[in-house]
Design a protein around this ligand. Structure first.
Ligand code: F6P
Ligand code: MN
Length: 315
């Protein structure tokens, strides 16, 4: 996991990579740098906040802030400070939050994805989608100008794209994100499967058929319960499929379009994979509300296609 020493030092830092390799516009580079800085504080908070837990009281009798609320505040403060964001949408607020009216970007984010796994000490993450303009409503995820996620696991990783591939960085001991892999690609065929909401097999013969085909092919099961970790597994291994269909319990699916499905659809597409809600590409579904949900089938192209065909044949 040591970055290649043949890559010049200035291209290995996140800022250097954004500037020299991705050639991101300055304001976008500053925004991504600021989000990465917020992620460092979140990474630190995860390690140091007392069990990181909700509503608990610390040794001084003070109420502890939930880690997901804290993460939201950390990101919010960074966005408020930099004057680059006109508005944002995130999991912790029901409606769009206005920031700097004349700023160039709008951001959708999930501050702490998988936060229910904190007490189990499993990996969790933050997800960001960046759009030009005043707000994200009415846009499609294809219009994102960048997307990134941060995975807080045994190590903290950041993965971003500004539209020319997907790049992976590792947070080093002195607090700098350093290039780990220049390009993450996703092959067309899956050997791993990550099947969310298996309740759906009782309601869709097509979903049941495909899950049974994965079992009979003896594909490898990888499911942690954190979207960031599960999709990062696909990026890391260069193949795989993650599914989260709708079901009686989640009639529209569970995952949020603006800040879960959308950013990952952008990133997976950049890596050569595909993302669908079963009938259309996630990238083309307009964002109509902050809490809009959609089913998600994402990863290796052929497997996503096979799944969509199976769903279409047998409802
Ligand atoms: O944010 C929702 C989330 O925590 C995702 O990270 C994850 O993929 C999903 O829910 C897991 O849902 P379940 O616990 O139903 O498997
Ligand atoms: Mn989430």
């Amino acid at each position: 996991m040591t970055p290649s020493p043949s890559v010049p030092a200035e291209l290995r830092s996140l800022n250097g990579h954004l500037f020299h390799v991705s050639k991101a516009p300055d304001k976008l580079r500053h925004l991504i740098n600021d989000l990465s800085r917020a992620a460092k504080y979140i990474s630190y908070a995860i390690k140091t906040t007392e069990a990181g837990l909700a509503g608990s009281v610390n040794m001084f009798g003070e109420e502890q802030v939930k880690l997901d609320v804290l993460s939201d505040r950390i990101i919010q403060e960074h966005l408020r400070e930099n004057l680059l964001v006109s508005s944002y949408a995130c999991e912790e607020h029901d409606s769009i939050v206005d920031l700097s009216p004349d700023a160039p970007y709008a951001v959708a984010f999930d501050p702490l994805d998988g936060s229910s796994l904190v007490d189990a000490n499993l990996a969790i993450g933050s997800i960001f989608g960046i759009y030009e303009g005043k707000e994200i409503i009415g846009h499609t995820p294809r219009e994102q100008v960048a997307a990134l996620y941060v995975l807080y696991g045994p190590r903290t990783l950041l993965v971003y794209s500004t539209g020319s591939g997907v790049h992976e960085f590792l947070l080093n001991d002195v607090g700098e994100f350093i290039l780990l892999r220049e390009h993450l690609g996703i092959g067309d065929n899956a050997k791993n499967f990550s099947p969310g909401n298996l309740r759906g097999i009782d309601e869709s013969q097509g979903y049941r058929d495909i899950v049974e085909s994965w079992l009979s092919q003896q594909m490898t099961l990888r499911y942690s319960g954190c979207l960031v970790a599960d999709v990062h597994h696909i990026f890391s291994k260069g193949q795989g499929i993650f599914t989260f269909p709708a079901s009686h319990k989640y009639p529209q699916g569970k995952l949020r379009h603006a800040f879960e499905c959308g950013p990952f659809a952008y990133l997976v597409n950049q890596a050569g994979g595909a993302a669908s809600d079963g009938t259309q590409e996630i990238l083309d579904i307009p964002i109509t509300a902050v809490d809009q949900r959609c089913p998600l089938f994402i990863g290796s192209k052929n497997e996503v296609q096979r799944l969509c065909t199976s769903l279409a044949m047998k409802k």
